[in-house]
Ligand binder design. Structure first.
Ligand code: UD1
Ligand code: MG
Length: 456
């Protein structure tokens, strides 16, 4: 939009009511720090500068938030919102307008910010919202003609002023070239002994700079996080909106109130998602994918027609087309499953490739392995990939049949088409074809008695 825009994000406050050692702005909403949501909205405006004012929690804030386009200004001690913006001044272009955002107001949409900027013109812009319960917020004061004359903080307000329902969201646009003087002129003679940013309104009116209010249509955009209860409330609002976007794209959700997307979820046509699934990071689902109840998918791609049954945990994996997973499968990073692979209950796959049509249907561990196509892995089979110091690879070629309860002691290769008998410990390479098994006898003792408890 405009290169001539500074954005300042206020993130120095303490957040006492969160009752946490983590700085408030780093608490996650949909898996990402509150502050990152605000920075994302700021970036959408393509500003010339984004300056984050930090203080409480010290360097943990700049360390947690990445971005070559960000600069940080330290506010120490924290003497109020006006004082906070003042600390950012050296980082800002003086001839550009400055948009002030709050690190703890994470849901504000770029469209709303653009409307505020447009409504403000060359004046001072204030984003306001009408709240059912305005307790705690600064109230917007207007004259008979409806012009904004000031903002009074809840703690400084008279009973009549407290009755006003239109409040300051805190988001404000300061016109170019004025900020330094106004911020320098703020006083702290108020109930909290702080330098209030909101007092620039009086200074603007004194300089005959117009003050423009833009009222935000949706209450949720202006909601701030001050407590864990509010954080939980905003999380639900965010998730509900994402669910509605997925429904609008044609995804079938068993219950839009019971899905959590903590990152990005893209879905093809005719995708079905049952209740209580969590999607983290980047998840891509092809056409006709179905996800059963209570699955967690993190950074996963799933190709067309694959069915994931309930209670699967899949992390860092690529799943082919027409696969069947679960229930209760655990797929770990580096797993790459070809098409028509079946992974069943209590099977763990890590850093392994499985070729077309291969199956491990029950109780198995497959780690650091390359498995060809049409391989069957029997129940209870494990790849013994760890010697206590190093990890080793297991290679199982196409068409191999591994019986139940087999241990494959890596590094080891089982040649194409071989069959491994049940209960075999494979510690040497198996040539292609034929059967391999460990020689052991079955002993029968007909007269043997189980121990019995003595009768008293
Ligand atoms: C502020 C506004 C109030 C508005 C409300 C909206 C002022 C004086 N009041 O009040 O009109 O209705 O927000 O939520 O501006 N911060 C700093 N440094 C400081 C103080 C605060 O960076 O010294 C940051 C906080 O981290 C937070 C934001 O500024 O992101 C708001 O601070 P907070 O103390 O919550 O202000 P409120 O009293 O809620
Ligand atoms: Mg606040």
């Amino acid at each position: 939009m405009t290169a001539a825009l500074n954005v300042v994000v206020l993130a120095a406050g303490m957040g006492k009511r969160m009752r946490s050692r983590l700085p408030k702005v780093l608490h996650p909403l949909a898996g990402r720090p509150l502050l990152e949501h605000v920075i994302e909205a700021a970036r959408a405006l393509k500003p010339g500068r984004i300056c984050v004012v930090y203080g409480h929690g010290g360097e943990t804030v700049p360390r947690a938030i990445q971005g070559a386009d960000l600069v940080f200004a330290l506010q120490e001690p924290q003497r109020g919102t006006g004082h906070a913006v003042q600390q950012a001044l050296p980082e800002l272009a003086p001839d550009a307008a400055t948009l002030v955002l709050y690190g703890d107001v994470p849901l504000v949409r770029p469209e709303t910010l653009t409307s505020l900027i447009e409504a403000s013109g060359d004046g001072l812009g204030v984003l306001t919202v009408a709240l059912e319960d305005p307790t705690g917020y600064g109230r917007i004061l207007r004259d008979r003609e409806g012009r904004i004359t000031g903002i009074v903080e809840d703690k400084d307000a008279s009973p009549a002023q407290r009755a006003v329902r239109e409040v300051n969201t805190g988001i404000m646009l300061l016109p170019a070239a004025r900020a330094a003087r106004w911020l320098g002129a703020l006083k702290n003679d108020n109930a909290q002994g702080e330098y209030y940013l909101t007092d620039v309104i009086g200074l603007a009116l004194g300089d005959a700079v117009p003050v423009k209010g833009f009222q935000c249509g949706s209450e949720w955009e202006a909601l701030g996080v001050n407590s864990k209860a509010q954080l939980a409330q905003l999380e639900r609002i965010f998730q509900r909106r994402q669910a509605e976007l997925l429904l609008a794209q044609g995804v079938t959700l068993a219950d839009p109130a019971r899905i959590d997307v903590r990152g990005s979820l893209s879905a093809g046509d005719d995708v079905r998602i049952d209740v209580s699934c969590v999607f983290e990071g980047s998840v891509r689902l092809g056409n006709d994918v179905s996800i059963g109840a209570n699955c967690v998918l993190s950074n996963v791609t799933v190709a067309d027609g694959t069915e994931i049954l309930p209670f699967c945990h899949i992390d860092g994996a690529e799943i082919g087309a027409r696969c069947r997973m679960g229930p209760f499968s655990r797929i770990r990073p580096g797993a790459r499953l070809g098409d028509e692979v079946h992974i069943g209950n209590f099977v763990e796959v890590k850093a392994s490739e499985l070729g077309h049509g291969s199956k491990a249907n029950h109780l198995a561990y497959v780690g650091d392995s390359v498995i060809g196509s049409n391989v069957n892995i029997g129940a209870g089979t494990i790849t013994c990939n760890f010697d206590g110091a190093y990890k080793h690879r297991t290679v199982i070629e196409d068409e191999v049949h591994i019986g139940s309860d087999v241990q494959l002691v890596a590094p080891v290769t089982v040649g194409r088409g071989a069959t491994v008998g049940a209960g075999t410990t494979v510690w040497r390479d198996v040539p292609p074809g034929g059967l391999v098994l460990n020689s052991k006898d079955q002993v029968h003792r007909p007269q043997w008695q189980r121990p019995r408890k003595k009768q008293p």
